[in-house]
Design a protein around this ligand. Structure first.
Ligand code: TYD
Length: 133
């Protein structure tokens, strides 16, 4: 599978850098929720779920981490290590996050409010869900 990567515009000047993200312009959905993951302990793997409807943009705004995406047929992993790079994680994609540097801050822009009913947390159910046609 091909992970959809975004290179966001950096408004740099001699004071430093700034990245601005506008919904439906810099990424293809409206944002209902923002969360961030930080202070992640060594060796931790997170995620292990897919969503039925949710779309997300992931940006490691500080430090680095790796993301494994799986569409039920193919897997691909990507290193996120720049505040000006993001990836789109669509619905029906299994995701795992790992190899967090101690200083990693992973910012997530999400298209929906938190809804546990949208989660698919069982990998076999995920495979059934994506292969249902
Ligand atoms: P969890 O789903 O385990 O995170 P990850 O997918 O990174 O492994 O979420 C951790 C906790 O945070 C869990 O109790 C649910 C809660 N949570 C919210 O309340 N709102 C949110 O938007 C998210 C993503 C999680």
């Amino acid at each position: 599978m091909k992970i959809e990567k975004y290179q966001f515009q950096q408004h740099g000047d001699d004071r430093g850098q700034l990245v601005a993200l506008e919904e439906n312009k810099d990424f293809p959905f409206s944002v209902k929720r923002v969360y961030y993951i930080y202070d992640t302990k060594e060796g931790v793997h997170r995620g292990f779920h897919a969503h039925q409807h949710l779309q997300q943009i992931l940006v490691c705004v500080h430090g680095s981490c790796k993301i494994l995406l799986d569409n039920g047929k193919e897997k691909e992993s990507v290193l996120l290590n720049s505040p000006s790079e993001g990836i789109l994680v669509g619905n029906n994609i299994w995701r795992e996050m790992y190899d967090f540097s101690p200083d990693a801050v992973l910012l997530v822009l999400a298209s929906e409010f938190y809804n546990e009913e949208d989660y698919i947390r069982d990998y076999d159910k995920f495979l059934e869900f994506v292969n249902r046609e």
